[in-house]
Design a protein around this ligand. Structure first.
Ligand SMILES: Cc1cc2nc3c(=O)[nH]c(=O)nc-3n(C[C@H](O)[C@H](O)[C@H](O)COP(=O)(O)O)c2cc1C
Length: 552
C-alpha cells in the first residue's frame, strides 16, 4: 500500500503566519514572540482540502496534521521557551479566545527545555477542535464546529447501526521493519536518552517531563494486545513511570503477569500515532472490560474503522506488534523485582493537580525506534478535549438506549469533567430519574447526571442551565447516591475513587410527578409559533447593522 505520509516538507514550506493572516494582536502574546489570530471565531475553512492532501484513513500523524492545515486548523509557531512555560501560557490564552472546541492545533518547531533549544516539532491540540470529529471521517466541514460535530455523531450512529451495533474489525497486517517509518532510527542501550526529545513539563506544578499522549502497549497471556493512553513520567534517560489506573486494561495485564510469577513484563509506548489509533487508545471504544464481556482487539478495531488493515511491525526487543507508521516506539520492560517508583503530581483533566502516587510500575527502556526528526506530541491536559468523541459517545448512547429506549442523546463534555447530560423523549412519569440513577450508579465519571428534555441543546451549557432553573424542582426530582465509584483525579472526593453522586431530572415534570397541570410555554418557542416570520424578517431588515457593529 502506498503511504501518503510525506507531507512534512509541505508543512515546512508553508508560510502559515502570513498566509492565514495571523496578526500579533495581543501585547501578552507579542511579548512572547508569538503570533495569534486577530479575532475570535472558528478559523475552519468550509471546503474540501485541496488535491494532494491525504484524506481518511490517515496513515500517520503527518497526514493528519496536513489535513488539519488544509482546513485552516493548524497554527505554526517557530519556537517556544517552555522553561518559561510559554507553550502552556499560550495554550491558556488560546482557549480563552477560541474555547476548547474552537481552538486550532499547534505546531512548535523547536522548544527550549532545560536551557537548550530542542528541535521538534512539538504538536498539541490535534483533536481538540470539534470539527476534527468530521475531518477524521472525511465528512463535509462547514465552519461551524457544532454542526460538524453533530454530523459526525449522526455518521457514527449510522456506521454502528449498519454494522448491527458492533464496530467493524479488520485484522492488522504485519509489515517488514524496512518498510516501517517508525524504524528509520533504532537506538539501544546507552544511545537512548529520552530527555533529548522535546517531551515537556506542561505545568510548573507537575512532577517532571512527561510522555503524556503515548499509547502504552501491553499484551495478555492469550496474546491479546491492548493500547491505553496513560501518562508516563520521564524519570531518567531510560526510565519512565507508568500511570494506568487500577481499573485500566493495561494495569490488569501487568498485574496478571506479576501474579503469574513473571520476573519482567514487556511494554511499548507509541508516540505520534495516527489519529484513529490515538482515539482508540484513549477510550473504551473496544468495549468495557466487564466480567464476561467480550472486548475487541484494538489493532483490528483500528483496521475496521480505517476500512483497511492497520500496518504494524514487531518491536525490536519483544514480540509485540506496534503501528508501523508512528513517529516513535519506546520499548521496555517492567522489572517486577525492582521497587515501585513515585509518579506525579500532574495537572489533570479536572483542571486541578492530580495526586502523586508513591508506588507506580515503571519501565526500563530497552530500545527506542523513531522516524528521522520525529514529531512529538504533548497533551495540555485540563485545557483541551483530547480526542474525537463521536465514536465513543455512539457506543455509550447505544448501550443506554437498549435499556432506556427513550434516550435521544448522550453527552459528557470534557471541559467540565464529572457532569453528564442525557436528553430524553419522556413518555412516562419517572423516566428522568430512572435513567439518571442508572448512569450515576455505573459511570465513575458521572458525579452529576442531568436529564433533560430533547428540545435542549446539549452542546450549549446556557441552554442546559436555563432548562435546569426553569424545569427542575430539587425535591422530588433529585436522587443522591451517597457512596459511588469516582475517579482518582476528582479533587473533591473524600477517599480515593469514592464519591457521592447526584442525578437531576430537569425534564418538564408531568402532573403525576408533581409538576404543574399545564407547563408554561417557553417564550421563544411561543414566539416562533405565533410570529414564525419575525426573526427572519428582522435579520433581513437589520442584519447588516449587526454585522457592522461586530466589525466596528
Ligand atoms: C491524554 C490522555 C491521558 C490519559 N492519561 C491516563 C492516565 O495517566 N491513566 C489512566 O488510567 N488513564 C488515562 N487516560 C484515560 C485512558 O486512556 C482511557 O481510559 C483508556 O480507555 C484506557 O485504555 P484501556 O481501556 O485499554 O485501559 C488518559 C487519556 C488521555 C486522552
Amino acid at each position: 500500500m502506498a503511504h501518503k505520509d510525506d507531507n512534512s516538507e509541505q508543512i515546512r514550506s508553508s508560510d502559515y503566519l502570513t498566509r492565514r493572516g495571523f496578526l500579533a494582536s495581543s501585547g501578552g502574546l507579542a511579548s512572547l514572540g508569538l503570533t495569534a489570530l486577530s479575532h475570535p471565531g472558528t478559523p475552519v475553512r468550509a471546503k474540501t482540502p485541496e488535491a494532494g492532501v491525504a484524506g481518511p484513513p490517515f496513515n500517520s500523524i503527518r497526514d493528519w496534521v496536513a489535513a488539519l492545515d488544509a482546513h485552516g486548523l493548524l497554527l505554526r509557531i517557530p519556537e517556544v521557551d517552555q522553561d518559561a512555560y510559554h507553550a502552556t501560557g499560550f495554550f491558556y490564552e488560546m482557549i480563552d479566545r477560541f474555547t476548547w472546541w474552537g481552538a486550532p492545533a499547534l505546531l512548535f518547531d523547536r522548544v527550549k527545555i532545560g536551557g537548550k533549544w530542542v528541535e521538534g516539532p512539538l504538536l498539541a491540540n490535534l483533536q481538540g477542535h470539534m470539527s476534527t470529529d468530521a475531518i477524521i471521517w472525511g465528512l463535509e466541514v462547514t465552519g461551524d464546529y457544532k454542526v460538524d460535530f453533530r454530523r459526525a455523531r449522526n455518521y457514527m450512529r449510522e456506521v454502528y447501526k449498519d454494522n448491527n451495533h458492533r464496530w467493524p474489525t479488520i485484522p492488522p497486517s504485519v509489515i517488514d521493519s524496512r518498510a516501517s517509518a517508525c524504524k528509520q532510527v533504532v537506538l539501544r542501550g546507552s544511545d537512548i536518552d529520552l530527555r533529548r526529545f522535546p517531551f515537556v513539563q506542561t505545568n510548573p506544578g507537575d512532577g517532571g517531563r512527561y510522555v503524556n499522549s503515548g499509547s502504552v502497549v501491553t499484551q495478555d497471556a492469550a496474546g491479546r494486545i491492548n493500547l491505553g493512553t496513560y501518562r508516563c513520567q520521564i524519570k531518567g534517560p531510560r526510565k519512565i513511570a507508568l500511570n494506568p489506573e487500577t481499573t485500566q486494561t493495561g494495569y490488569r495485564m501487568i498485574t496478571e503477569a506479576r501474579d503469574r510469577g513473571a520476573k519482567s513484563y514487556p511494554v511499548a509506548v507509541v508516540v505520534g500515532q495516527d489519529p484513529l489509533v490515538f482515539m482508540i487508545s484513549s477510550t473504551k471504544l473496544s468495549g468495557f472490560p466487564r466480567p464476561g464481556a467480550q472486548t475487541l482487539d484494538e489493532l483490528s478495531l483500528a483496521g475496521g474503522l480505517r476500512g483497511e488493515p492497520l500496518e504494524v511491525v514487531k518491536c525490536e526487543t519483544n514480540d509485540m506488534l506496534v503501528p508501523a507508521h508512528a513517529e516513535m516506539i519506546i520499548e521496555g520492560e517492567v522489572l517486577f523485582d525492582e521497587p515501585l517508583e513515585p509518579e506525579g503530581p500532574f495537572g489533570e483533566m479536572y483542571g486541578y493537580l492530580g495526586p502523586r502516587d508513591p508506588e507506580k510500575f515503571w519501565m526500563h527502556v530497552t530500545a527506542v525506534t523513531h522516524r528521522e526528526k520525529p514529531w512529538i506530541t504533548n497533551m495540555f491536559t485540563g485545557m483541551e478535549r483530547g480526542m474525537v468523541a463521536a465514536p465513543f459517545y455512539t457506543l455509550i448512547e447505544h448501550e443506554l438506549k437498549v435499556r432506556f429506549p427513550y434516550l435521544v442523546e448522550y453527552y459528557q463534555p470534557t471541559d467540565t469533567m464529572g457532569i453528564t447530560y442525557l436528553a430524553i423523549k419522556k413518555t412516562k412519569a419517572g423516566q428522568g430519574l430512572e435513567i439518571g440513577k442508572a448512569v450515576a450508579r455505573t459511570d465513575p465519571m458521572a458525579k452529576i447526571t442531568v436529564v433533560l428534555d430533547d428540545d435542549v441543546d446539549l452542546l450549549n451549557q446556557q441552554d442546559i442551565l436555563r432548562a435546569i432553573v426553569a424545569r427542575w424542582q430539587p425535591h422530588p426530582a433529585t436522587h443522591i447516591l451517597e457512596d459511588g465509584r469516582g475517579i482518582i483525579i476528582d479533587p473533591s472526593q473524600r477517599a480515593p475513587r469514592k464519591t457521592s453522586k447526584i442525578a437531576i431530572d430537569a425534564t418538564r415534570q408531568f402532573p403525576e410527578e408533581g409538576g404543574p397541570a399545564v407547563f408554561a410555554a417557553n417564550s421563544r418557542d411561543l414566539f416562533n409559533e405565533l410570529q414564525p416570520e419575525a426573526i427572519g424578517e428582522a435579520e433581513e431588515l437589520y442584519g447588516e447593522l449587526l454585522s457592522k457593529w461586530v466589525e466596528s
